[in-house]
Design a protein around this ligand. Sequence first.
Ligand SMILES: Cc1cc2nc3c(=O)[nH]c(=O)nc-3n(C[C@H](O)[C@H](O)[C@H](O)COP(=O)(O)OP(=O)(O)OC[C@H]3O[C@@H](n4cnc5c(N)ncnc54)[C@H](O)[C@@H]3O)c2cc1C
Length: 833
Amino acid sequence: MAQIVVLAACVAAIFALFMRRTPLLGWTAALAVAAYVLQTGLVGFEESDVRPFVWLLGLLALACAALAYAPLRRAALVAPLFRRIKGTLPKVSATEQEALNAGTIGFDAELFSGTPDWSKLSAVPPITLSEEEKAFLDGPVNELCRMAKDWQIRHELRDIPAEIWEFVKTRGFLGMLIAKEHGGLGFSAQAQSLVLGRIASRSPDVCTLVMVPNSLGPGELIEKYGTPAQKQYYLPRLAKGLEVPCFALTGPTSGSDAATMRDVGYVERGRHQGEEVVGIRLSWEKRYITLGPQATLVGLAFRLIDRDNILGRGEDIGITVALVPASHPGVEIGRRHLPSGTAFPNGPNWGRDVFIPIDWVIGGEKMAGQGWRMLMECLAAGRSISLPSSSAAGAKALLRHTTAYARIRKQFDLPIGRMEGLEEPLARMAEVAYVNEAARAVTASMVSRGEKPSVLSAIMKYQTTERLRRALNDAMDLHGGRGICDGPSNYLMSAYQTMPVGITVEGANILTRSLITFAQGALRSHPFLYREIAACQDASAARGLVAFDAAFCEHVAFTLANAFGALFHNLTFGRFGRVPRTAHANAVVYRQLWRGARNFAFVADLAVAVLGGQLKVRQKVTGRLADALSELYLLCCVLKRYEDDGKPVDDRHVVALCAANGLFKLQEALRGAIDNFPVAPVRWLLRAVVFPLGAHYRPAPDWLGHKVVGLLLAPGEARDRLTRFIYVSRSEDDPTGLLEVAFTKAVAAEATEKKLDHAVRAGKVHRVHGNDWFAEAVKLGVLSEAEGQQLRELEALTARVIAVDHFDPAEVRPHYMTAGHNARAMLQDAAAQ
Ligand SMILES: Cc1cc2nc3c(=O)[nH]c(=O)nc-3n(C[C@H](O)[C@H](O)[C@H](O)COP(=O)(O)OP(=O)(O)OC[C@H]3O[C@@H](n4cnc5c(N)ncnc54)[C@H](O)[C@@H]3O)c2cc1C
């Protein structure tokens, strides 16, 4: 028995030493003590039985002591590895290097570490707005939402109405990110996110109009990198809408791989406004440029070449961004694309041999060649705000409208939302709304306090848009024909049509998931990888070896700690995971998250070490690891939102639903990555460590979904909280306002309706066309006068809610067929030039 206890203690000690990343000298001491204790017979073993183990322990202690001596370790072990690893580590191109250097590392690094520091999560401030920001949301933003008539914009005009342009320009919407000193509103990222979200919940087209000038583009680039003259001239004009900006990066041959653009500028001397100046002769062809057709100022990205070394910095200066007025001679602002039936202006632009002075480069001559870095830096912050805001708001608005509709619309004598088959998609929609909003709020707070989270912003972009797409499909299914038939009363179609735009822009989702999030994220957020790569790329081999040695030793300890930590937590089902003091009811979820982080860190670390330079092409593995990292982050945000909201009792079921599904998806993502890991022995090892007792997370049970949907099928605080910050109309003349009114009345009339239904089923009252069944029910004493009136009113409202529009064929005939400047014609034009 004593021997079993001793063996168990030894195993526990080994786990503890590995998990605590004990240094080599610590191992030396531990092994020496173990050898001594065994040899003395203190623990009851015969000396002759244990002699080989004593020798083994002694030799291991000696090896550890030797390895602890740095010059010896480097010469014997690290230097050969250093030379080999140099060849297998991912090759980082110049543009990738700039992308890697851009942005900040934040909570993503905690997840990569396998031992997240929960205090860093709780230190992110909750949603905080200034009085001015609150007043703007409740004033001009609501006013804009009231003005936005979706059908008019999307169908009748296929354009943004002049009064909306005027309103957003004069009320400062286009300058939310421009500092007050430059005439802008100087709003925090959180406020910008909420403004964009509220507008998106009303009209995706109007949201795009406001979003573009407030995200990556001239305004932000000038604010951050512009010369004093550029700031002084352009920022007040942009803030007041005197300039309409667009940002032109994408071209026909450079989409996702924007850095390979063929758009080129040659440094030359030339004449500008009668004077000879150093300038750039530009040729470019861009497409898909939002606001392009109406822009007065083009932020143009191109590659700058200085063949005559006029700037004295060699020939290839690199990607550069310049401010080119649309009215400048030679600038061709094309006509319009028709992206997914949306109404915001979007189109191509081009130019041939257009001469601009070098002062037009954002930041002036010294910033020539810095374009990619500038773009990546701004993208890291902007990607956290723009699309996550509209995706969170979209999910909340869909949830509010769809649950209202599902409560009003009856089939088989039952509100359709009460049928189990529909409860399932409604619960999914509730989960998307809660998760997207939680992650939006936390990430926007990070940006508000100055972070530019490059990895987390990539997660936010692809996850929130992807989840919104799922929610949209669910909303459409739930509405049946009511959602499909377009017209002024359809409140789903504009989001449905715009969805592919959100999926594609700011890094198309497949690329963002399978390449950017994990492959670049690992390089950035992994605690040692970046240091190792930097050491390998050091020009001085000796200095590189010393730096590599330090990072590598820590890396080995980290890998072993994660392997033993993951195995320990998996064998103990996460019971000993670390929990923040504030966790209370969610302690169990935090423990599982801790365990999940350990597992993720272990798999991610081995994936990086084994796949090395292959990481960029093994996208099925990296995509799944991106999903695993996303689930960890999103679930952290869910827990934080619950705590920031004051742990509302009603929300605990929503959190439990999100947690169960999040952990299940985390497990499946890791399982998929491991099952498909291309190197068999590593696959076996990963499986043994991560799933030693199998995969035991399950999706949220049906009863949780039932509870959550129950919260949404009646008016109340929980429903309002789950759909917070969106625009809610209360006007019967508005399709969504009508829903709100009818929904409240339907819930209030539930008991009365039951009385009538009962009488109809009993054959007392006849609910058929041509009969006034309310009057009949009153006459028979089934309903009182007031009840009859209540149901009559509800019936009329319901009839309007379920009605769909119909048109004269001439009204719906497309009118752009005759004037189209199609792609083939453009190619012919290009060939002719
Ligand atoms: C409505 C709209 C508005 C836009 N607004 C602007 C704007 O204002 N300014 C601007 O500059 N651009 C804008 N864009 C361009 C947008 O950023 C690009 O469409 C986007 O970068 C994708 O490029 P692409 O469409 O050429 O697709 P492609 O690059 O051809 O990609 C096709 C598919 O392949 C995937 N893919 C490509 N490479 C990889 C890889 N290495 N690994 C994995 N998957 C990969 C992509 O994810 C995508 O799914 C806009 C586009 C649209 C549709």
